[in-house]
Structures are given as structure tokens and as C-alpha cells.
Design a protein around this ligand. Structure first.
Ligand code: NCD
Length: 308
């Protein structure tokens, strides 16, 4: 198998064969973790965890992944505690990081920043979210979650509900799903619909989609993937205030579904997913967060070229 990705910068870089390989390797990693055999695989390796934007799950799960493999972590959180606040360029910061660590994970508010970071150094760089651009490792863990929960991907119908315009997890996951025979309902207020570039990117692939502003479409879906409205990305805050309550998935809607609709959410949630869904077996978002650790353990090993 010719999986050759050192950097993980966006989801366009993956072929269907890469995805099959990643799913198989993640399953193997899950098995090693269950048998307590994963610790030590990355002993002696150092991860630089560079988070210039808010994060709970992504940062903690990357750091947990590295530590669970016996590697270690150095980190910087937020601009105010890094020399970027003194005017240092991302290029110079990365040159330093390269001197200290074996691999870097970066989250940054500017679209395309992880590519700039990767261009500056020879160590592997993983994009943990670049503004409203992409979040490829979230998409890979989402893909693994769907396959684990449903046992397959081909033939599924999925609803994407929420901020399809600014939601980078959606941009990345849709790009991966285009390799499968799935049908998507893209459900959002018209102001927050999926950008044309992502729709165009689906052409020529087995995926099909339709746009809708009717949340009841979830009744026809195997998966409902909900996201929060990305408040921090709105140029005009009044527009956010106007749209922030425009949809909400709740228990009643899920129980009325004709299918066993599994609910996913990359989290954090704000107004768009009612907590009354949490106690349904369909609520898979906390399991999804857990799959994030084994997914990232797998990606760290592969990017570092360490076999397991
Ligand atoms: C997402 C992100 O940061 O893009 N969260 C995550 O990584 N799990 C989703 C979001 O912030 O809405």
C-alpha cells in the first residue's frame, strides 16, 4: 500500500485507497489500545502542539494520543503566550519548532496557514483547523465513527445541519464522503449554505446531494451531523444574532425518524442540539470524541513513519 502522506493539510490529498488504509489502521490501533499494547510505539518522539485558536477536544485528544503512545508533548496556546504576539512570523516560529520537535500540530485562524507552516519545515505538520478552511483530522475521525457506528458507508443517507458556510469540519468531511455512494441533505438557512467551491468539488464522484432548509429531512437519514453556527467567523455580528436560533435538533425530532438516525456533532454545541438527545442510544457525539484519540494515534504514527 502506497500511503505516503507525511503532512496532513487538507482532505483533497486523500484517495479512496488512502481512506481504506486509514480505516484499517485505525481499527488495528483500537485493538492495540484495548490490549494495552500501544504504549511505547512513539517513545522518544516529541510533538509540538501549537494552538493559536480555541480548542478543547482537538488539542487534548492529540496530546492524549501522543502520551498514550509513549511520546511527549510541548505546547503553546493562544497568540498572547507566543512570540507571534511580538511580531514574529509563522515562518520563523515554525523554524524554531522544527529545531525542538519531531512533528507539529497547528490550529490557526487564517485559512491556508498550515500549508505555510508545512512549507517552512521538514518535520511533518498536521492541520488541526485553519480558520473557515479545513479540519482534516476531524473528518478522518468522523469517517471512522460513521463506519464504526453503522458498519458501512456506501448506501447511507446523511444530513448536514447547521453552518455549512463557515463550518470547516463539514467542508472536510464532505470532501472525504465524495468517495462513497452516499446521499447528502445539506440543511441550513440559505445564508449559511455550502460554498460553491465545495459543491463543485463533488462533481465526478459517486456522492449525490440536495440542499434544503427543512430539518425534518433527518427523518430520511441514517446520520444527522449537526454543527454550531460559527459565531467567530461572521464579519457582521448582527447577522449571527439574526441566525443563531434558526434551527435546533431535539429528541422529539429524532424519535419521529423513520430510520435509526445516529446523531453526530464535532462539538462544542451551543443552541443547535438539545441536551434531551443525550440519553438516546442514537446520540453518538461523545463516542465520536473518543474515536478521536485512536484516530489521532494512528495519524501520528503514520506521519512519523513509525510502523505498528
Ligand atoms: C470544531 C472546530 O474547531 O472546527 N470543533 C472540533 O474541532 N471538534 C467545530 C466547531 O468549533 O464548531
Amino acid at each position: 500500500m502506497a500511503y505516503e502522506h507525511k503532512n496532513i493539510l487538507d482532505t483533497d490529498q486523500f484517495t479512496k485507497a488512502d481512506l481504506d488504509f486509514l480505516v484499517e489502521r485505525t481499527r488495528e490501533m483500537e485493538r492495540l489500545v484495548e490490549q494495552n499494547k500501544a504504549f511505547g510505539i512513539l517513545e522518544g518522539k516529541l510533538l509540538a502542539s501549537l494552538f493559536f485558536e480555541a480548542s478543547t477536544r482537538t488539542r487534548l485528544s492529540f496530546e492524549a494520543a501522543m502520551e498514550r503512545l509513549g511520546g511527549r508533548v510541548i505546547s503553546t496556546v493562544g497568540f498572547q503566550f507566543s512570540s507571534i504576539s511580538k511580531g514574529e512570523t509563522l515562518y520563523d516560529t515554525m523554524k524554531m519548532v522544527e529545531a525542538y520537535a519531531d512533528i507539529a500540530v497547528i490550529r490557526h485562524p487564517v485559512e491556508g496557514s498550515s500549508r505555510i507552516a508545512a512549507g517552512a519545515v521538514k518535520i511533518p505538520v498536521i492541520n488541526a483547523g485553519d480558520g473557515a478552511g479545513q479540519h482534516p483530522t476531524q473528518a478522518l475521525l468522523d469517517l471512522y465513527t460513521i463506519i464504526s457506528e453503522k458498519g458501512k458507508l456506501d448506501g447511507l443517507t446523511l444530513a448536514f445541519i447547521g453552518d455549512l458556510k463557515y463550518g470547516r469540519t463539514i467542508h472536510s468531511l464532505i470532501n472525504l464522503l465524495r468517495h462513497y455512494k452516499v446521499h447528502l441533505y445539506l440543511i441550513s438557512p440559505p445564508e449559511l449554505s455550502l460554498p460553491e467551491s465545495y459543491k463543485k468539488g463533488l462533481e465526478g464522484f459517486p456522492i449525490t446531494f440536495e440542499e434544503s432548509d427543512d430539518i425534518k429531512k433527518v427523518w430520511e437519514c441514517d446520520i444527522a451531523y449537526v454543527t454550531r453556527i460559527q459565531e467567530e467567523r461572521f464579519p457582521d455580528h448582527k447577522e449571527y444574532e439574526r441566525l443563531k436560533e434558526s434551527f435546533k435538533l431535539n429528541k422529539e425530532l429524532i424519535l419521529a425518524s423513520k430510520k435509526e438516525t445516529t446523531v453526530l456533532h464535532p462539538l462544542p454545541r451551543v443552541n443547535e442540539l438539545s441536551t434531551d438527545v443525550d440519553d438516546l442510544p442514537n446520540a453518538a457525539y461523545f463516542r465520536q470524541a473518543k474515536y478521536g484519540v485512536v484516530s489521532r494515534m494512528t495519524l501520528l504514527c503514520l506521519s512519523l513513519g513509525v510502523k505498528f
